[in-house]
Design a protein around this ligand. Sequence first.
Ligand code: HEC
Length: 190
Amino acid sequence: MKTKLLTIALLSATMNSNVFANEAISANVEEARNLVKMFGGQLKPELQKAMKSGGPVSAVEFCHARAPEIAQTVAEKSGWKVNRVSLKPRGATASPDAWETEVLKRFDAEKTAGVEVKTMEFSEVVHDGAKTTFRYMKPLGTAEVCLVCHGTNLTEPVRQAIAKYYPQDQAMGFNKGDIRGAFSFSKAVN
Ligand code: HEC
């Protein structure tokens, strides 16, 4: 009888800690989704405005200056590590690490399997030695407006503006609907 009770007690203790762990994870997912809104919600309208007012060449300058600034502000406000990455990177910090590479490949595979890009996201608690990190990624689809700077047919002035800042650029040749890259956010957890 005693043993049985003990088993039940242990079982429910494990279940409780799982419940807490799951709650912690979903709270982190919620926070990460808000960061997507903060980052994307600021960058995209500003980019569209820059395109309209100054044209694509000045919008390249805009992206070069503003995208890292917005990322930094979001990081400072939230305490998360904030980045955008791609399998074909442009920005100085856009090269994915091993974990990000796997997730980006997974997103591409899901897209090939017919999953809608805007419904995709991926999160995981990653253990690395004594360090535990909550990591989250959300892919960015390529819209019509993105093709001006990421498509297959860039105008010469846009190509030159990009080459000036990004001599190693790989972020061209995308088609509408392709996954251009992803937001990648992480936070240390205990
Ligand atoms: C006016 C040119 C321009 C347009 C239009 C544009 N981008 Fe970019 N994009 C850039 C530049 C420049 C960078 C590098 C920014 C930096 O230095 O961090 C960049 C970087 C990125 C990155 C980060 C990963 C990487 O490769 O550096 C993603 C993701 C991205 N763009 C997605 C998009 C999407 C999605 C759209 C359409 C909604 C879009 N871009 C439209 C110029 C543009």
